[in-house]
Design a protein around this ligand. Structure first.
Ligand code: C5P
Length: 221
């Protein structure tokens, strides 16, 4: 008999990059593949959770049993998260663009019209989705988990980020190697009073480790 410890629990996950338009044909983005977030969504669904996955543009199939919502910009991701709440656990895996162009030109910016050299690109700050959910006064998920991509002082930076974002857990990723876009990950789970380092695992196995911890925290098993 299959044990489904997370049956009746809701999980909300963000994954992938966001895409911030400059004009109808250009955008700012990053190299996030979405692999780790999709693997976490799959692992939680396997444990019986009702999973909503809010994803930026990625080249991945939707995991079985997962409700996927596709968005492009950080603002759309923020709106989709708010629409999908409440949830028992929120896991912010997405590589949200910190900034977006202050304005999106309604027509393609033409090179031959730029008489004063390249056009200036003014940026403004995007909403911090993880921080917004962490700070919710009503209906805050019981467990709010952020990710931290670090190249140095991994645990120290993760501890500081956990306090700054006011989330419950931070999963620190050592991205000094081939993690970004790759198939493996080294994760360190930082909670208020514990630090757990897992060995180098493929992203599915790493996701199952995290899903087991989430299950333990939400249900006691
Ligand atoms: O501050 P930093 O980007 O390093 O924090 C990373 C964590 O914050 C990740 O969990 C990421 O999903 C989340 N984040 C967010 N919204 C942003 C920026 C980061 O939810 N605008």
């Amino acid at each position: 008999k299959k044990v489904l410890p997370l049956k009746g629990k809701k999980a909300l996950i963000t994954a992938g990059p966001t895409r911030e338009p400059i004009d109808p044909v250009r955008y700012l983005s990053n190299h996030s593949s979405g692999k780790q977030g999709f693997a976490i969504a799959a692992a939680l669904a396997e444990l019986g959770a009702e999973v909503t996955l809010i994803s930026g543009p990625v080249h991945l199939p939707c995991p079985i049993g997962v409700n996927r919502i596709d968005i492009e910009t950080a603002e759309e991701m923020m709106g989709a998260v708010q629409d999908a709440l409440p949830s028992d656990v929120f896991i912010s895996v997405a590589a949200v663009a910190d900034w977006r162009p202050a304005e999106c030109a309604s027509l393609k910016v033409k090179k031959d019209k730029q008489t004063d050299g390249p056009p200036p690109l003014m940026l403004i700050e995007n909403p911090d989705i993880l921080k917004t959910v962490s700070h919710m006064e009503q209906g805050r998920p019981e467990l709010v988990i952020g990710f931290a991509a670090e190249t140095n002082d991994v645990v120290e930076n993760a501890r500081a980020k956990r306090l700054r974002k006011e989330c419950d857990w931070i999963v620190a990723n050592d991205v000094s190697g081939d993690v970004m876009g790759g198939d493996h990950n080294v994760m360190i789970l930082v909670t208020a009073d514990t630090e757990t380092e897992w060995p180098r695992l493929d992203k599915q196995a790493a996701a199952r480790k995290l899903a087991a911890k989430i299950s333990e925290a939400l249900t006691g098993h």
